[in-house]
Design a protein around this ligand. Sequence first.
Ligand code: SF4
Length: 392
Amino acid sequence: MTHQSQAEREAQLGAILERCNDLRLSPVPKEGSLPEGYTGTLGHFPVYFPEEIAHACGLLPVNILGGGNKLEMKHADAHMGSFICSICRSTAEMGLNGSLSGLTGFVTHPICDAAKHLGGIWARNFPEQLAQILYLPQNPNTPGAVSYVAAEYQRLRGEFEKKAGHTVDDAALSRSIRIYNRNRQLLRELYAIRRDEPWKLSCTEGYLLLRARTRIPCEEHNALLEAALPLIRARDRAAQDKPRVVFVGGFCEQPPLEMLEAIDDACYVVEDDLLIGLRWITSDVPETGDPIRALAESFVDRSAASPVQHDERKSKEGYLMEMIESSRAEAAIVTAAKFCEPGLDEQVAWSKHLDEVGIQYLVLEFEEKMTSFEQMAMQLETFAESLLFSIA
Ligand code: SF4
């Protein structure tokens, strides 16, 4: 890479980012277009899902993240009330309009009433697919939590094996864990750049690089990140006068890309919870011993936080403050998806706490089908200016 010019490196990185954006917009792969070594696809709903188990069974894990702002709603309204969040409604729509007919299975979680009912809608309308609810403990602070999670993972493993038509041994699971450990390491490096040199990688670019994993095998995503990271580090970009902020509220329904771009124009986002389920395990999962137990222990003891889990070790205020302090942020952008009960609850607690400790913040609401961002851009600009003025 050393003999490449800056323009050549930027073009190479641009091509990688373009591919990531194409993947964001691409449908779930169907039979005939599956990557080599995979016999089906396992769709999973946010927040966290142990992809390693599906991966080891030869089922490509694909994160189902709703339909974005281009999807026309024709069928879902007959199945769900209008007060349900966009991601649930558009996911149901994509099921009903056939966009997700290639899925071998779909796993959702009881993170909220809306997501829990999605499992039932799936089972009733798409009997050919394996519809499952993964019951992760809302409170992992009990002595039996690890054994309980391990039993739930073992149950899912059995269901996936039946669907895939073969059993999967522990060695295959440990191999998948190794591949995902490499991915976790690369994602930590990606976020370290955002924290230490945010002018080299915008929040939108980082998000596209992360989100690419929702459509391709983890090993391919590792290669993509291994190619992108040196190009990002070598970027010759000057730091601008922008405030450092933390973005929260992107743990389940995804904010439109245009919203992230508007935030990037005004601020450096040095930490966020976008697609936190893909970064849920915060350090390596043990690669030896019982792999299911190792995954379960990691879920309980080496994990991030989100509004849908109630872990006494991670208070709502505590984990936001940890994000702010560890990323040396000056302020926070506190968002929630429209009609998202867990997100709106957290937003109230966060705002109250930030008022108490005197950290500035901006409250924003979003939904998938938003198409106008001018007003939000003005709010962001005013927020950034007031921050720069107050910290000058
Ligand atoms: S966006 Fe909120 S309400 Fe909707 S499924 Fe996710 S957690 Fe539930």
